[in-house]
Write a protein of this length. Sequence first.
Length: 112
Amino acid sequence: MGADSTYLFYGVRYQVTGDDEIAQLENGTHPLVKAANKGRLQTVFGNFSLDGDELYILYVGREIAVLGYEGVAEIELSDTEFMKIQLETRRKLSAAGFSLVPALFAQFEPDV
């Protein structure tokens, strides 16, 4: 993205450190991305470091919103809507073989 953003995401998170894994994620050949695609799950991958270092993270599940100048300014999600997202995402994650417990993440991505 070309501006600071905050991702609102429900699912699981993996921190990635190896150059080979980062390259696989960038070109879509990483096993986690393949499993996510097969399971009709969304992924977000990026360097979320605040100081220009490296903090590569992969999210697998459901992107709820991208907040920021190039995204949306606000989002409202009812309890019912959020419960539906949780149930559907948990079902898809389990069926695709993901064993981590899903959670709601708000991740800031600076335009560094």
